[in-house]
Design a protein around this ligand. Structure first.
Ligand SMILES: NC(=O)c1ccc[n+]([C@@H]2O[C@H](COP(=O)([O-])OP(=O)(O)OC[C@H]3O[C@@H](n4cnc5c(N)ncnc54)[C@H](O)[C@@H]3O)[C@@H](O)[C@H]2O)c1
Ligand SMILES: [Zn+2]
Length: 352
């Protein structure tokens, strides 16, 4: 896979598409990124001058079979063949669905990802997971299929709502914690609320390389790839609880709070350094605010955690934890009373 980090994504894509010399190419995008990203890209990129733009309705609810069918139809109508290619220009919704459309059209054609959200740049666009939501379940249907190339640029992010930017940064904090104390410190030292997109690119590059290194060692998630679930057991429970309260929160906000819970548990079970835990909690509180929970919410949160699809044993709650940044412990089963104690400390740290 050709992985490029650049301040000039149109130039990079032009070179890549010329080298691919596909028999026909189309751009897949969504209703927000169509005008903001796909059209300017096509104008700036001679190799894409004749590419039709296939547009899906924006929002994760449209990462579904209806949008997929429409994309396949438009790929067919555009006369794409086995030697053609598509360029996915958008957030994770577009790269997941567009990647799956490409992976299945005529048994698989080439595709390039041009992620336009921070979350898709550091997470969704790299790692080979493609797919759609189905039957009320997230990412229920999909394939493992690497993009042929991924062009990553922070220049797209200027139009992104700040909540989406912060949301993506939580996955970067996660990658930093998985990687090393140095990387974690770099991320804690960067103020994502200041929106310095030039300064962000090298951090994004290192973050993507953390994910890529892990995925290369365990592409199909039999072991080490589960390190990437750090923050996600408690995070998914917060996300679902917020949804039930009809006050949904961006995925990354829930992950940021989940990271604090996981570091509390890491401190309790593996002596993760308390100064780093406090530092992360302060950063998370400043950037993501707090989700109001009380001890009355614990049974529901534990119930949600025990239904997480990452649990191998029914009823047991599985976490990825850390002894220190870079020292990963996968498949840790935590007792309910430890999780409740961790939630108490979490509320204390977050001032809830
Ligand atoms: N494949 C993987 O490994 C993987 C990993 C993480 C997440 N995902 C998937 O990614 C999706 C979430 O990705 P996301 O957070 O990027 O969501 P998204 O693609 O829905 O984008 C969020 C919003 O931002 C808009 N947007 C995108 N780029 C923009 C820009 N430059 N300026 C202004 N608005 C812009 C979109 O239209 C959308 O409204 C989920 O479907 C999730 O399942 C996949
Ligand atoms: Zn996530």
């Amino acid at each position: 896979m050709n992985l490029i980090f650049t301040h000039h994504p149109a130039d990079a894509l032009n070179t890549i598409v010329k080298e691919m010399s596909p028999a026909g190419i189309a751009i897949i995008t969504d209703t927000n990124t169509h005008k903001l990203c796909a059209e300017p890209l096509r104008e700036a990129c001679p190799a894409l001058a004749d590419a039709p733009i296939i547009t899906i309705k924006a929002g994760d609810t449209h990462k579904d079979i209806t949008s997929l069918t429409s994309v396949w139809e438009q790929m067919q109508a555009a006369g794409l063949t086995r030697k053609s290619a598509v360029v996915n220009v958008g957030g994770g919704m577009v790269t997941d669905l567009g990647g799956f459309a490409a992976a299945t059209f005529k048994r698989g054609i080439r595709f390039v990802n041009a992620p336009t959200t921070l979350l898709s740049a550091v997470d969704a666009a790299v790692g080979g997971k493609t797919g759609i939501n189905f039957g009320g379940l997230k990412n229920e249907i999909g394939t493992f299929r690497d993009a042929d190339a991924v062009v990553i640029s922070t220049s797209w992010l200027a139009t992104l709502p700040s909540s989406e930017l912060r949301s993506g940064y939580a996955e970067m904090l996660k990658h930093g914690l998985i990687d090393s104390p140095e990387e974690y410190r770099r991320l804690i030292g960067f103020d994502i609320s200041a929106a310095d997109f030039t300064g962000l690119l090298p951090l994004v590059e290192r973050s993507v390389l953390v994910k890529k290194r892990i995925v290369e060692q365990d592409p199909h998630e039999h072991g080490l790839r589960r390190a990437l679930n750090l923050g996600h057991t408690a995070g998914h429970a917060f996300e679902s609880m917020a949804m039930r309260r009809e006050r949904p929160v961006p995925h990354g906000y829930a992950v940021a709070w989940g990271l604090v819970v996981d570091l509390v548990l890491s401190h309790m079970l593996f002596k993760f350094p308390s100064d780093m835990l406090r530092e992360l909690a302060a950063y998370v509180r400043r950037i993501y605010g707090v989700m109001p929970i009380s001890c009355d919410d614990y049974p529901a949160l534990l119930e949600l955690m025990s239904h997480d699809k990452k649990n191998a044993t029914p009823g047991a709650i599985n976490f990825t934890l850390l002894e220190a940044p870079g020292k990963i412990k996968i498949d840790c089963i935590a007792e309910k009373r430890d999780i409740e104690a961790a939630l108490d400390i979490f509320r204390d740290l977050m001032g809830i």
